[in-house]
Write a protein that binds this ligand. Structure first.
Ligand code: SF4
Length: 264
């Protein structure tokens, strides 16, 4: 097989997979070539933004899964460790937010935390610093943590999206779909006693529902076998102090679940 050129969606498709930091060999049935074999690795990304190296003929794979854009391969995220995930997120271009972010915001805290807080997406301060929940909302979250006897170092804090949506708009479905695998793997690795979703968007996304925040705040849910509660986002508390009392009730429940599950 001679060399060839990747076009349009196929090229983007491979670049997206590479952004996730995969080490893969593909044999691709292509509409523009009979066959294209590519070898990729995370280490190629910093020097080669296209990240694609055509294999010499001597290395061409002759068997293996045939890949088409209708039949995408596993991204590799589900087998990454935390360091690999962080690297993958730092170079991620799986959605268009990569072109407007200043920094990715991977998440912060104890990788063996009993409680993981999940917000919606980085805001302006988070985008600038690369750290979740800084600024006024972050300071309030620190106070909430202190009220139940925790510090930031005790818990893990992350967001549904790792990059800031322009003007802090709600995440779009396509962005959530592109990004949610990172959070799922983070939660799988941390394996906390309980997840606390901060706000409607985080609750709806994790629980795959369109229920209102009022409904979501009722009771204890489960995310992949991990207990999950939903409470107000700290930014909502800043806008409406009336949410402070119900949030305190939610935090007491969170602490109770955490304490009960400490021996799990
Ligand atoms: S929001 Fe998530 S999927 Fe989109 S570019 Fe950032 S890290 Fe990648």
């Amino acid at each position: 097989m001679s060399g060839g050129v990747l076009h349009g969606d196929i090229k983007k498709y491979f670049r997206d997979r590479l952004s996730a930091g995969n080490m893969v060999v593909y044999r691709l049935a292509s509409p523009v070539e009979d066959e294209i074999a590519l070898k990729t690795s995370p280490g190629q990304m910093p020097d080669d933004r296209e990240g694609m190296v055509r294999l010499p003929d001597s290395e061409k794979v002759v068997s293996g899964p045939e890949v088409t854009t209708e039949n995408p391969p596993a991204s590799g995220i589900s087998s990454m460790d935390m360091a690999g995930l962080r690297t993958a997120v730092a170079g991620c271009e799986r959605c268009s937010l990569s072109s407007t972010r200043t920094n990715t915001v991977f998440g912060d805290g104890n990788p063996r935390a009993r409680i993981v807080f999940v917000g919606e997406a980085p805001g302006r301060d988070e985008d600038l610093q690369g750290v979740p929940f800084v600024g006024r909302s972050g300071k309030l979250l620190d106070k909430i943590l202190a009220a139940i006897g925790f510090t930031r170092e005790d818990v893990f804090i992350a967001n549904i999206l790792k990059c800031r949506p322009p003007n802090n708009r709600d995440p779009q479905d396509v962005e959530v779909v592109a990004c949610e695998e990172y959070l799922a793997r983070q939660l799988q690795l941390i394996d906390p006693v309980v997840i606390c979703a901060l706000g409607r968007v985080a609750g709806q996304t994790l629980l795959k529902t369109k229920e209102s925040l009022r409904v979501l705040r009722e009771g204890i849910h489960h995310y992949n076998g991990i207990r999950l509660i939903v409470t107000y986002h700290p930014a909502a508390l800043l806008r409406n102090p009336n949410f402070k009392r119900p949030t305190w009730e939610d935090m007491k429940l969170l602490k109770k679940i955490c304490d009960e599950g400490a021996g799990d």
